[in-house]
Design a protein around this ligand. Structure first.
Ligand SMILES: [Zn+2]
Ligand SMILES: [Zn+2]
Length: 763
């Protein structure tokens, strides 16, 4: 059924965006899924909800631009490619490595898109955007060149997070923290001019060659006597002892060695204490000549070698195993080093206030409290954004350097440049006039530098000005997970602000994480990953979509289990059965005179529509999903349908019969429209069978004033009365169809005829 209906959508081009349409436009900044692995069911549900936004806006009268893009740049795909082929990127020819990445990406992209299509996403799969396409990379480079011209880019040599495995600088946003086991080594330091020693505990003995001083806490009385003196490191270097509150008297011995650089705190300490750094790590994460006999070793090898040497010399007092909160590379989980490098930076420090203001005043967050994720991240930013990376599969930094004066020269924006592989589009150096030639830049951009311009690229910026102006600028809504607020959301706000001076979107929709049924994240290592494809085949897309929507309010984490999807499937079966029942009666063209029972259910439906509308307005699909389910499952099917059945089959006058028919169809049409954004297949299938056209060309139902009557309250008492009668029959062991003698309460007399027929009440 679902595949059949999808084929019809494709044939009719039902969701095609028409830039010339005079409806108001609404554009979605679809998160381009990262093509580096298989989707979990949580990702499928996330994208299904984004599709619900698109469908909601269409049914609210908007012409919706819902592009489909795939993120194909950067570290994750390189790491996966290295794993898959058992190779190391740096030992492989650049062009060939890029080709391997591309093949891997094509496979992963196909898998993801296949699931997205099967889920019934109404995105434009015919015009796929790819972040590694010439179009996207051209815009990435053009925005860089423009930012350069406006002085927003600079190069600097400074200590940075560095992944020795990936051999690249990482921004703070790309660092994760892990509790890792490490060894705390207690090492003897001599005291200069004395025959005594002190003990310093360190987790980084390999940095001893880079030790510049030893500190203790000013409140720590044990070490006051060391003030102003020097101690001798086990490698024979005399270093000063200083007071600094950073030293924790409770950690190790209370004496801390300050090295260039164990962590970010060391960078700060070197700066504050005005120390001269000795760099002992090279760009490959190995010890360099400054490390003396340990040169050439990896950090780990050096650690072992130094500890071994110190033990032999009797300088190790003891070794403890501790858990240490360690910063690791977001992609390969290798502990990062702090290594100074020359990198390009994009300015952000001086714009943080504007971005914060923009987020608070010009954007609406869904849910509104989720803006806090962004504010928290912004308040912790303390350096500009390092944007250059020493990797291959990413957009090249479009710079050539003059062979004569060494200064950088940028090409004009407007085409895709690969400086490491091609000649520059100019011959003369604008700085020195030399025609000696140029050397191409080999570095590439941080992958977020590309993905952070998605609201511009999607909407035609720099490649289709007509589309861009028809959409009124960058995207209207950014949907995304809370896990990438500090990267994708923040960087997009920064980049679009630099480029246009305005906000990147008006709405930001932040969703929680999909967890397993016990509330844990899904991980291969936990064995709790649920893949969507088998579920799609077994239960269909609508069941997965409904289960995702009905699980939790938007923004909260939500639990996923096969049982919950099965529950959603049962609800959809209920909808199906209700529709089949209703379809056995004609749909009268004109509204007949309605009975109190009819007015009651229409009033109930009004209430459902009102509460669902609040959810749709805020893109919180939990609200319409659960409101519709309650209405169909607890009210319409068990009570109204049972009450009106007799009339519908003709027990009663023909006017009353037609009233039942009309009400059944009117409510069903309303329910189908109400559920259409959430479960687009079954609703459209039934709509097309029973009525005209597609439900997706209809509008969301709205409350009808004449349906708000006093029967709403009375109807609720009718439901109570029904339940009482059913309970009595059950207690007496009577079938529901058996007759019974029971008093109908006076106030329910408007429903008298229907009640008598339903319960076979003896007069
Ligand atoms: Zn790494
Ligand atoms: Zn020059």
């Amino acid at each position: 059924m679902e595949l059949e209906i999808q084929e019809i959508w494709r044939r009719e081009k039902l969701y095609r965006f028409d830039a010339e349409s005079d409806r108001p436009k609404f554009s979605i900044d679809t998160p381009p899924p990262y093509a580096s692995g298989r989707w979990h069911v949580a990702a499928a549900m996330h994208y299904a909800e984004i599709d619900m936004i698109a469908r909601t806006m269409r049914m609210r009268g908007y012409e919706v631009y819902f592009p489909w893009g795939i993120d194909r740049n950067g570290l994750p795909v390189e790491v996966e490619t290295e794993k898959r082929h058992g190779i190391k990127m740096f030992e492989y020819p650049r062009e060939e490595f890029i080709e391997l990445c591309r093949r891997f990406l094509d496979d992963a992209e196909e898998d993801i898109t296949r699931i997205a299509v099967r889920l019934g996403l109404s995105a434009d799969f015919e015009n796929v955007f790819r972040t590694d396409s010439e179009l996207w990379r051209t815009v990435t480079q053009a925005t860089f060149i423009r930012a350069w011209e406006r002085g927003l880019i600079y190069e600097d040599y400074r200590p940075n997070n560095y992944c020795p495995r990936c051999r690249t600088t990482l921004a703070d946003a790309e660092i994760e923290y892990k509790e890792l086991k490490s060894l705390l080594v207690y090492v003897k330091f001599g005291v200069e001019g004395e025959d005594s020693h002190v003990v310093v505990a360190t987790t980084r003995p390999e940095l001893l060659p880079a030790c510049a001083c030893v500190i203790y806490n000013p409140k720590d009385e044990r070490y006051k006597w060391l003030r102003g003196r020097r101690v001798i490191t086990p490698l024979g270097k005399a270093v000063p002892v200083m007071e600094h509150p950073y030293a924790d008297p409770g950690f190790g011995t209370g004496l801390v060695m300050v090295c260039s650089y164990g962590d970010r705190a060391d960078v700060q300490l070197f700066h504050e204490l005005d120390l001269e750094p000795t760099i002992v790590v090279d760009e490959e994460g190995r010890m360099n000549e400054a490390a003396g006999k340990y040169a050439g070793m990896t950090m780990e090898e050096a650690r072992e070698a130094i500890v071994r040497d110190l033990r032999e010399q009797g300088l190790v007092v003891r070794v403890e195993e501790i858990m240490h909160r360690t910063p690791v590379c977001w992609r390969c989980k290798t502990p990062i080093e702090i290594v100074p490098m020359r990198e390009y930076y994009m300015k952000q420090m001086e714009f943080l206030k504007e971005i914060r203001e923009m987020a608070l005043k010009q954007m609406r967050f869904h849910p509104d409290w989720s803006v806090q994720y962004l504010l928290d991240w912004i308040s912790g930013i303390d350096t500009d954004w390092p944007i250059s990376r020493r990797r291959y599969y990413a957009t090249e930094i479009p710079i050539w350097y003059c062979r004569s004066c060494g200064r950088p020269v940028l090409p004009p924006p407007g085409r895709y440049y690969r400086p490491w592989a091609e000649d520059p589009p100019f011959e003369e150096c604008p700085h020195c006039g030399s025609r000696e030639g140029f050397v191409g830049e080999e570095r590439v951009f941080d992958t977020w530098f590309d993905s952070s311009i998605s609201p511009l690229v999607y909407n035609g910026y720099m490649w289709d000005e007509r589309l861009y102006s028809s959409l009124g600028g960058p995207s209207d809504l950014r949907p995304q997970g809370k896990d990438i607020v500090r990267t994708w959301l923040y960087y997009t706000l920064l980049r679009v602000y630099h480029e246009t001076g305005g906000p990147a979107f008006r709405h930001v929709w932040i969703s929680g994480m999909g967890l397993d049924e016990r509330g844990r994240a899904m991980h291969k290592s936990l064995g709790n990953v649920i893949y969507p494809w088998p579920l799609l085949q077994r239960y269909g897309a609508d069941a997965i979509r409904f289960a995702g929507a009905a699980e939790a309010h938007h923004g909260s984490d939500f639990r996923i289990s096969v049982a919950r999807i099965e529950g959603a499937f049962k609800f959809l079966q209920k909808v199906w059965n209700v529709a089949r029942f209703v379809s056995s009666f004609p749909y009268p063209e004109e509204a007949p005179r309605l009975t109190p029972t009819d007015l009651w259910i229409l009033g109930e439906f009004n209430e459902t529509v009102r509460s669902a509308a609040r959810g749709y307005e805020d893109f919180d699909f939990f609200v319409p999903a659960t409101a519709s389910r309650r209405f169909v499952w607890d009210v319409f099917a068990p009570h109204y349908i049972e009450l009106c059945k007799g009339r519908a089959y003709g027990e009663g006058g023909s006017e009353e019969q037609r009233a039942a028919w009309w009400t059944l169809h009117t409510v069903l049409r309303g329910v189908l429209r109400l559920l259409a954004p959430i479960v687009p297949h079954i609703t459209d299938f039934l709509w097309r069978k029973l009525y005209d056209g597609s439900v997706h060309r209809e509008t969301l139902p709205e409350p009808v004033a004449e349906w708000d009557t006093e029967y709403l309250e009375l109807g609720r008492k009718v439901m109570e009365f029904n339940s009482t009668v059913w309970k009595i029959k059950k207690e007496r062991g009577l079938p529901l169809s058996s007759s019974i003698s029971i008093e109908i309460p006076e106030e329910l007399s408007p429903f008298r005829e229907d009640l008598i027929r339903l319960h076979r009440i003896r007069q």
